[in-house]
Design a protein around this ligand. Sequence first.
Ligand SMILES: Nc1nc2c(ncn2[C@@H]2O[C@H](COP(=O)(O)OP(=O)(O)OP(=O)(O)O)[C@@H](O)[C@H]2O)c(=O)[nH]1
Ligand SMILES: [Mg+2]
Length: 220
Amino acid sequence: MKRIKVLKSVLVSNKQRAQENRQQFDRMNSLVINIIASPGAGKTSVIERIVEYFKKKRKILVIEGDIRGQIDSKRLAKLGVDVIQINTVTACHLDAFMTAQVLPKIDKKYNLILIENVGNLVCPAEFEIGEDYKLAILSTPEGDDKPMKYPLLFHLAKVVVINKCDLLPYVDFRKNQAKKNILRENSKARIFEVSAKTGDGFGKFCSFLEKELNAKEKKG
Ligand SMILES: Nc1nc2c(ncn2[C@@H]2O[C@H](COP(=O)(O)OP(=O)(O)OP(=O)(O)O)[C@@H](O)[C@H]2O)c(=O)[nH]1
Ligand SMILES: [Mg+2]
């Protein structure tokens, strides 16, 4: 029972800090997306495609969350995008306090801030970090049952990207069943089918993001 109490207070203080982060992002009028998926699902590859699509039209920042190292940051920096690294050392997720620590490093106004969370389908979903919304990536080799087995993320994610669709002929992934499983957790989820390897599906997905950016910019 005591453990539950402690966890609750950790999440409450995290939520308060996340709201403060959100206010700071809102002052910059940035669209902030918290990208969550299991290790290797294709978070960095999807971000690379988004960056390629938007880099001439919008100012983009990527915040990279990893336990250790800068492998993904270096991949993204090659595309000429600004990247800030957070190493969580032992933690299996980003939290609002870690995110707050890098806010002073943001010295420009960005239209789009993409945050790659630590590869994990469980803990990152628990911790708000100041995002506009969570985007989940489900890759086809993982199986179509994951939304049912890891429901919190799929319950909370406004957008779900089904990645590695180029592998559909080779893996036992029932796409329609996966969509049903996602919609069972969140009937309003926007689902996109893509392949970060071939680029298929990114036209539709990035047009959706562009509408969201336009809406955010109108508000500001
Ligand atoms: N076939 C195929 N491979 C992909 C696709 N997207 C990513 N990959 C490959 O999957 C592997 C993992 O991709 P990453 O983008 O590094 O995945 P990640 O989720 O960022 O991984 P972590 O940051 O380590 O959790 C790499 O070998 C990619 O080339 C895809 O759409 N199709
Ligand atoms: Mg990555």
